[in-house]
Design a protein around this ligand. Structure first.
Ligand code: BV8
Length: 231
């Protein structure tokens, strides 16, 4: 079957070689709190300062990181692919965009975006929130990280399922398949009759759902795969 419409899902593993920690390798703790506890609305309500500091730290790390060959290869594919292509990322870093990828969808939000709970405005933000800055639109001190926490609905699910239902190739890169609904996308792709390919450092919780799994670092596997698709 020739490939026209591609959906790519990326996870923390694609940014690991850019120096950004993954979730499950770093024993998933933040100041001795499980990330699942920090990255929740309840955690934010319970201890807003802890959660603001967690994301202030992530924001600074994102700004200090550089894209790696895996991000660059996907940006090349995006620029040259004249079929449909949707790059769905679970990551909150902007490394896909920093090397020119355009058709990117952050289903779990973005580390460099903040969201005012008073007026609903969202702002590009490279500073901190722990010191309680006022919202540039309404002046209230009510901004939170624009991140989809556990128990919150990921962004643009309709658009994602629509793209998967039309795709003939689904590629998962650098994700453990531990978190839903992202971990279930491969099953949707199988139902849509797409070919499914996984590129990951190790086998994941979802490897058995894929037609093919290639094991290795993303900085090697992704440029190699993109070369196969473009040439
Ligand atoms: C929702 C933002 C409902 C935060 C994140 C029980 C069963 C099933 C589901 C659930 C359940 N209990 C609760 C749920 C739902 C829950 C869930 O799935 N929980 C899990 C823990 C069981 N999901 C949710 O809550 C989601 N929302 O369900 O809403 C709803 C319905 C109606 C109305 C309202 C709501 C929301 C989930 C989003 C949470 N936010 N991120 C932040 O970033 O701070 S999730 C977070 O972990 C990441 O964003 C990412 O999505 C996720 C998984 O991480 P990965 O990206 O996969 O990273 P990980 O470290 O796990 O793996 C890295 C992989 O890379 C590894 O495999 C490794 O081998 C590989 N790797 C490492 N180095 C490299 C590499 N690969 C290649 N090269 C390398 N160099």
């Amino acid at each position: 079957m020739n490939t026209n419409n591609i959906v790519i899902l990326t996870g923390a593993g694609i940014s690991a070689e850019s120096g950004l920690k993954t979730f499950r390798a770093e024993d998933g703790l933040w100041e001795n709190h499980p990330v699942e506890e920090v990255a929740t609305p309840e955690g934010f309500a319970r201890d807003p300062d802890l959660v603001q500091r967690f994301y202030d730290e992530r924001r600074a790390n994102i700004l200090a990181a550089q894209p790696n060959p895996a991000h660059e290869a996907l940006a090349r594919l995006d620029a040259s692919w004249d079929g449909e292509l949707l790059l769905v990322t679970q990551n909150i870093d902007d490394l896909h965009e920093r090397c020119g990828a355009k058709r990117v969808l952050h289903m779990h939000g973005e580390g460099l975006s903040v969201w005012c709970q008073s007026c609903d405005a969202r702002h590009y933000w490279t500073g901190t929130l722990r010191d309680g800055p006022a919202c540039p639109v309404c002046g209230e001190v009510a901004m939170r990280p624009d991140i989809v926490w556990f128990g919150e609905m990921p962004y643009e699910m309709e658009r994602i399922f629509e793209a998967i239902s039309r795709c003939d190739l689904f590629v998962s890169i650098g994700t453990s398949g531990a978190v839903y609904p992202a971990a279930g996308f491969v099953q949707e792709a199988n139902r849509a009759g797409a070919r499914t390919l996984e590129l990951n450092l190790e086998r994941s919780a979802g490897s058995h759902f894929f037609d093919e799994t290639r094991l290795g670092p993303a900085s090697e596997l992704v440029p190699e795969w993109v070369g196969e698709v473009i040439d």
